[in-house]
Ligand binder design. Structure first.
Ligand SMILES: Nc1ncnc2c1ncn2[C@@H]1O[C@H](COP(=O)(O)OP(=O)(O)O)[C@@H](O)[C@H]1O
Ligand SMILES: [Mg+2]
Length: 246
């Protein structure tokens, strides 16, 4: 861990979509500020559910979730909401809008209701959106509709949109899993740079061991809704992963 301060903590979290089918069973974890935490585990083990609980999208029946020192298990306050960025596996982009318009959606929490959506963003927000797109290397695609973009470009748009929220914590669900390894590595390199420059903690579900080793700090292995193992990214090895998966 790079420093002692904790960005995200769960204690004894239990979650069921329908009790008593517990999907998360007594999950406790802590992720240090500015770390990249990778969550690994077989399909169906509860990774997406865990991310949603940590984003405040789902409320656990039992246990405690703390983001930046604030308890969120009973809901995320309006003030804290922009600090938590969530990138769903399907990215959640609006395909018929342009890349720039999608990125501006990240600024919505700062726009007063009633201003309407497009064309009404203040100039400084549009500038910020363009800067975030430049940072992600897709400034030249600002006017392109999302449905015309490649998978990697969409990923960059999704990150830029999240950055416009000014998040302190970003939770990303398998968000490079549709890309080939070199492209995934490109995106993760950018993500690490952004994490350092902007002081952001990243937590992501990831199954590529190589990418976990290269881009992660902390690793959490989950299976059947339980944390089986926690280690540093350097300590992850294929054998251990296979053991966990079986
Ligand atoms: N909305 C839902 N309603 C009921 N069960 C769900 C729902 N979403 C996921 N599940 C179940 O929860 C379990 C864990 O799913 P998920 O968190 O998506 O796992 P993972 O991301 O590790 O593949 C699975 O058995 C899945 O069928
Ligand atoms: Mg999932």
């Amino acid at each position: 861990m790079r420093n002692g301060k904790v960005a995200l903590r769960t204690e004894g979290v239990w979650f069921a979509y329908r009790e008593p089918d517990w999907i998360l069973k007594d999950v406790s974890l802590a992720c240090s500020l500015r770390n990249v935490m990778m969550i690994m585990g077989p399909s169906g083990s509860g990774k997406t559910t865990l991310l949603k609980v940590m984003a405040g999208i789902l409320r656990p029946q039992r246990g405690k979730v703390e983001v930046l020192g604030i308890e969120i298990q009973r809901g995320v306050s309006r003030g804290l909401r922009p600090a938590i960025g969530y990138i769903p596996q399907q990215l959640g982009l609006v395909r018929s809008l342009t890349a720039l318009e999608n990125v501006l959606i990240g600024a919505l929490s700062r726009i007063s209701p009633g201003r309407g959506l497009l064309g009404l963003f203040p100039g400084h927000e549009v500038e910020q959106a363009r800067a975030a797109m430049d940072l992600m290397g897709i400034g030249h695609k600002a006017r392109e509709k999302v449905f015309r973009l490649s998978g990697g470009e969409r990923q960059r748009v999704a990150i830029a949109r999240t950055l416009l929220q000014h998040p302190r914590l970003v939770l990303a669900d398998e968000f490079v899993s549709d890309l080939d390894l070199p492209r995934a590595a490109e995106i993760l390199t950018l993500m690490r740079q952004v994490a350092e420059q902007e002081d952001i903690t990243f937590v992501m579900n990831m199954h590529e061991v190589q990418l976990v080793q290269e881009f992660g700090d902390q690793v959490l292995m989950v299976s059947n809704g339980q944390v089986l193992h926690e280690c540093s990214a350097q300590e992850v090895n294929l054998d251990r992963f296979t053991e966990v998966v079986q």
